[in-house]
Design a protein around this ligand. Structure first.
Ligand SMILES: *Cc1c(COP(=O)(O)O)cnc(C)c1O
Length: 399
């Protein structure tokens, strides 16, 4: 851990180069290559006989490169991760009362997808160390109505997919067979699990290229990966009105310009992840031994993408003290931290009303303990040191 002496020296240097936020508004780094790719794609579309559509070479190239990157058979580009989550749930043709297990500590998108497809959300607790949907808790929540397990690769770390697969095989649905495991990897593009990129394991995986994410296609964008030919055909079809498979669909296509930029971002993704990891590991050293705050946990079989640098204050600090810590970080040091995420049913009344009576005490407590400290691939070592020093200073002040 930083000595008191070093800490004071670092804090005396003055505030960070920019006002860092827990989840910066641009998650990746853009350069001239992206600008040139965008301009070239626009120029390529200016002929009346050509235009921007439909499934153009840029989209095909981006999909091929992405499938290769994740090692999956298919990659289907879409306009945002949300529609990909919707597609994956609609594909299951859920009947009223059919249940899908999703982690309570989560972004709202995947539970909304379950509800939107006519299913019943069943919340699962998360492992307090990894913040991933807890396989042991999943087991307890399976009923004859359970159709799918819908983990999120939370905050950039891979969820324990093999554990879910084993449960899915052991607890088959009476008509549909083994439960389907679909992963929300919106925050985890470029992360790894057991030596493989996230996106290879599971029936399907959904990625986001929204402006805050690990790679960005001009602000919005997403991808579905799968090894299943039928699901891939369904996604390709339903991203454009379901024509090819005679399914219901709407328009969820990615644009040519986004795909052209996506190809460039994908070529840089590993360098972004390396930068995030280097900063996180350095910060872990600077904070090592800090009482009252648990640092992010990286299981030995995972390569964390550190989309967020997620800490937990100790249980006694849940709520008020955690909030005071965040206030001090912002007011005294100009560093904005983030709570990502409290249980979804606490933040969305719609989801509370959809799941009456379901309460998850562990996730509720974790929601009061989470504090995500800013991290970004372009962050300088000086800023990283300042943020670590500020965190120690604030935690000491409260201890
Ligand atoms: C950002 C995010 C989404 C939604 O992604 P969009 O591309 O904005 O639709 C879904 N799930 C999680 C966990 C996210 O963080």
């Amino acid at each position: 851990m930083l000595s008191a002496n070093d800490r004071h020296k670092i804090l005396k240097r003055g505030r960070t180069s920019i006002a860092w936020e827990g989840e910066p508004l641009l998650g990746s780094i853009y350069g001239e290559e992206e600008v040139e790719a965008a301009v070239a794609a626009i120029r390529d579309s200016m002929e009346v006989s050509k235009g921007f559509g439909f499934t153009c070479q840029q989209i095909l190239d981006f999909e091929t490169a992405f499938a290769h990157y994740t090692g999956s058979k298919h990659a289907i580009a879409i306009n945002s991760a949300g529609p990909g989550l919707d597609m994956s749930m609609r594909y299951l043709k859920l009947q009223p009362g059919d249940e899908v297990i999703v982690p309570a500590i989560n972004f709202m998108a995947s539970p909304l997808a379950v509800m939107g497809a006519g299913g019943q959300v069943v919340w699962g607790e998360v492992d307090p160390k990894t913040l991933q949907l807890d396989p042991n808790d999943v087991k307890k929540r399976i009923t004859p109505r359970t159709r799918a397990i819908f983990p999120v690769h939370m905050n950039g770390l891979a969820a324990p997919m093999d554990d879910y697969f084993e449960i899915a095989e052991r607890h088959p649905h009476p008509q549909h067979g083994p439960l389907v495991v679909i992963g929300d990897a919106a925050r985890a593009c470029g992360g790894e699990y057991k030596g493989k990129k996230i996106g290879k394991d599971g029936f399907g995986t959904i990625f986001s290229f929204h402006t805050m994410k690990n790679m960005v296609t001009l602000g919005e964008g997403g991808m579905v990966t799968t090894d299943d030919d039928t699901f891939a055909a369904y996604c390709r079809s339903t991203r454009f009105y379901g024509i090819a498979t005679e399914d219901w669909g709407t328009s969820n296509v990615m644009t040519k310009v986004q795909a052209a930029v996506g190809l460039v971002q994908l070529s840089k993704l590993d360098s972004f992840i390396d930068a995030r990891r280097r900063l996180a590991h350095r910060r872990n050293e600077l904070l090592d031994g800090l009482p009252n705050i648990e640092l992010p946990y990286e299981p030995s079989d995972c390569k964390h993408s550190y989309y967020l640098y997620t800490c937990l204050v100790r249980p006694e600090w849940a709520g008020d003290k955690r909030n005071q810590l965040m206030e001090r970080m912002e007011q005294e040091f100009g560093v904005k931290c983030l709570i990502a995420n409290p249980p979804v049913y606490e933040s969305r009344k719609l989801m509370r009303d959809h799941t009456p009576g379901q309460s998850l005490p562990l996730s509720e407590q974790i929601g009061q303990r989470i504090v995500c400290v800013p991290i970004h691939p372009s962050m300088s070592d000086e800023d990283n040191e300042y943020i670590a020093a500020a965190l120690i200073e604030c935690a000491d002040g409260l201890g």
